[in-house]
Ligand binder design. Sequence first.
Ligand SMILES: *[C@@H]1O[C@H](CO)[C@@H](O)[C@H](O)[C@H]1NC(C)=O
Ligand SMILES: *[C@@H]1O[C@H](CO)[C@@H](O)[C@H](O)[C@H]1NC(C)=O
Ligand SMILES: *[C@@H]1O[C@H](CO)[C@@H](O)[C@H](O)[C@H]1NC(C)=O
Ligand SMILES: *[C@@H]1O[C@H](CO)[C@@H](O)[C@H](O)[C@H]1NC(C)=O
Ligand SMILES: *[C@@H]1O[C@H](CO)[C@@H](O)[C@H](O)[C@H]1NC(C)=O
Ligand SMILES: *[C@@H]1O[C@H](CO)[C@@H](O)[C@H](O)[C@H]1NC(C)=O
Ligand SMILES: *[C@@H]1O[C@H](CO)[C@@H](O)[C@H](O)[C@H]1NC(C)=O
Ligand SMILES: *[C@@H]1O[C@H](CO)[C@@H](O)[C@H](O)[C@H]1NC(C)=O
Ligand SMILES: *[C@@H]1O[C@H](CO)[C@@H](O)[C@H](O)[C@H]1NC(C)=O
Ligand SMILES: *[C@@H]1O[C@H](CO)[C@@H](O)[C@H](O)[C@H]1NC(C)=O
Ligand SMILES: *[C@@H]1O[C@H](CO)[C@@H](O)[C@H](O)[C@H]1NC(C)=O
Ligand SMILES: *[C@@H]1O[C@H](CO)[C@@H](O)[C@H](O)[C@H]1NC(C)=O
Length: 473
Amino acid sequence: MFFSAFFLLFNTLTQPSPTLALGSDTRLYGPGSKILASAQAPSELYSSLVQQKVLKTAQAEPDPAQYPQYTDRTQGEWQYFVPDTWTTGFFPATLYELNTRATLCNLTGQPDWVGMGRQWAAAEVPLETNTTVGHDVGFLSFPFAQEMQINPSNQTAKDAVNAFATALAARFNPVVGCTRSWDTPNNPTLFQVIIDNMMNLEVLFVSESLTGNTTLRDIAISHANKTMENHVRPDGSSFHLVEYNSTTGAVIDRITAQGYADNSTWSRGQAWGVYGFANSACRCSSSLILLCTVYYHTNDTRYLETSRAMATYFVNNLPSDGIVPWDFNAPLDPPRPADTSAATIVATGLLLLARQELSLSPANTTGATYWSNAAMNILSNATQLAWRPDWQSLLSNGTVNNHYPSANNDTGIVYGDYYYIKAGNDLVQMGLATCSQDASSPGPGSGQTSGARSRCPPCAWARSLRRMLGRSS
Ligand SMILES: *[C@@H]1O[C@H](CO)[C@@H](O)[C@H](O)[C@H]1NC(C)=O
Ligand SMILES: *[C@@H]1O[C@H](CO)[C@@H](O)[C@H](O)[C@H]1NC(C)=O
Ligand SMILES: *[C@@H]1O[C@H](CO)[C@@H](O)[C@H](O)[C@H]1NC(C)=O
Ligand SMILES: *[C@@H]1O[C@H](CO)[C@@H](O)[C@H](O)[C@H]1NC(C)=O
Ligand SMILES: *[C@@H]1O[C@H](CO)[C@@H](O)[C@H](O)[C@H]1NC(C)=O
Ligand SMILES: *[C@@H]1O[C@H](CO)[C@@H](O)[C@H](O)[C@H]1NC(C)=O
Ligand SMILES: *[C@@H]1O[C@H](CO)[C@@H](O)[C@H](O)[C@H]1NC(C)=O
Ligand SMILES: *[C@@H]1O[C@H](CO)[C@@H](O)[C@H](O)[C@H]1NC(C)=O
Ligand SMILES: *[C@@H]1O[C@H](CO)[C@@H](O)[C@H](O)[C@H]1NC(C)=O
Ligand SMILES: *[C@@H]1O[C@H](CO)[C@@H](O)[C@H](O)[C@H]1NC(C)=O
Ligand SMILES: *[C@@H]1O[C@H](CO)[C@@H](O)[C@H](O)[C@H]1NC(C)=O
Ligand SMILES: *[C@@H]1O[C@H](CO)[C@@H](O)[C@H](O)[C@H]1NC(C)=O
């Protein structure tokens, strides 16, 4: 059922250019499309401390289940939250990322990351029908989408992805053209959409690939269209929150919730936008979705261009120390806190954008190289500032929110660490880093290939393609 539905979808949507399926798209890594990066990934990305810390947290699972979200500010100890919290999916998703890491890097003696990921995801299942996280069901779906790559016949995981997608789709208002981010029960005609919501469209694309239900994609595209129109400013910066009238569709206000000011640019929101629009541009580069659902079938380059514009704003507005501030417009005096989660999210988004540049025909090697260098510089600066061997989190200096009275800055953050690890994996898959780097190893682009570089790029996506098509490798 799954495979035949998928095949049908695959065959229908890839016309007239079936060779665009990513496993066979050798342009991504073939001769002439190589990224000649001058920057280098920080060695901490591949430190064994990454696995040690995550394992320790994984083995201390609270009962009943609770999930780490951020740390305290001084000891770096995880603070735990009930399952019905928007960040719940990130720790189990991190466990799956470490399984990917183990495969990519051919690590031996690894713990059972997948087993732990399954175990940690289990307490999320009841949220399918009972959650208050609103649009963030997309984030909740991450570990289940990862499970589908490992075991596409896991019905529990498939049901979870589809249930979370249905829940997000149910928040779609055709008059507004968006899915609702936050509920405002005492003001029902108020319809709030935050830039973060771009990230949650992922679950719609994933569910579409499982069910063939193209309504989900239409909803995602409509949401992206509207967000492009109303959240993104002409200079590529962004508003955090756009308020619509749910009955007329009119924009009522453009404000902020977590940023410094209504007209400022909150860095994490900007990072979600870079990533979310690159993700909407073309689904070719995802390891799960093998179809270029939007870009290649509409030839609509606006999503790619929006991601570029938002990325350009981000990179051009970094301070000279390369530290990502919590808000680009927050005053320097008193000093503004950093947000390393914005740094790792944007780094991962820039690497996705780089892959989109490479998937153009002809491959945009210049663009891909530029974004890859920027990603590695941002990761290096964040690592230099915030790598904390003695904390439970990998990084410190995350800012959840910097608003009095609930200011919460200089902490470790679970999604900051998740995207740090994912960026590390993506760099290896893209041939831009080796799994164990040290100061004496040759930099990427030096022409030398390591085992990981030569082995990995052709593999993960092709493997996943074969798996989805039901062929043995
Ligand atoms: C992976 O590592 C093991 C043990 O070091 C080695 O025997 C094996 O050849 C490696 N596999 C690949 C594909 O490099
Ligand atoms: C299927 O996925 C769910 C959710 O990730 C997990 O809890 C369960 O253990 C998995 N089942 C099998 C048989 O792997
Ligand atoms: C829904 O979840 C809440 C906890 O978040 C719980 O108190 C409540 O009993 C659940 N409701 C149902 C119908 O399971
Ligand atoms: C496709 O998804 C939409 C949104 O969840 C739903 O309303 C519709 O019934 C689905 N279509 C099919 C054929 O399942
Ligand atoms: C939305 O528009 C309707 C009709 O004009 C109006 O009654 C309602 O108050 C508006 N809602 C908001 C939140 O502005
Ligand atoms: C998104 O915008 C494009 C370009 O304006 C348009 O062709 C398309 O119909 C829109 N899609 C949806 C679902 O709104
Ligand atoms: C935001 O508005 C304030 C007050 O009008 C103004 O001083 C400030 O320069 C504006 N900031 C930006 C980034 O436009
Ligand atoms: C998109 O544009 C490319 C290059 O111009 C063309 O080859 C392709 O057929 C177009 N695809 C669609 C769906 O229009
Ligand atoms: C830090 O960022 C700056 C500005 O983006 C960049 O020039 C520098 O190379 C980065 N530092 C490191 C160590 O990567
Ligand atoms: C980073 O966090 C430390 C505390 O862990 C703090 O002392 C320092 O000021 C922070 N740096 C920045 C740039 O926010
Ligand atoms: C960080 O948050 C604390 C409150 O927890 C606040 O007093 C402090 O001003 C904030 N730091 C910065 C640099 O804004
Ligand atoms: C290549 O990428 C860069 C950066 O995104 C962009 O400015 C440039 O227009 C792109 N070139 C082509 C030919 O698409």
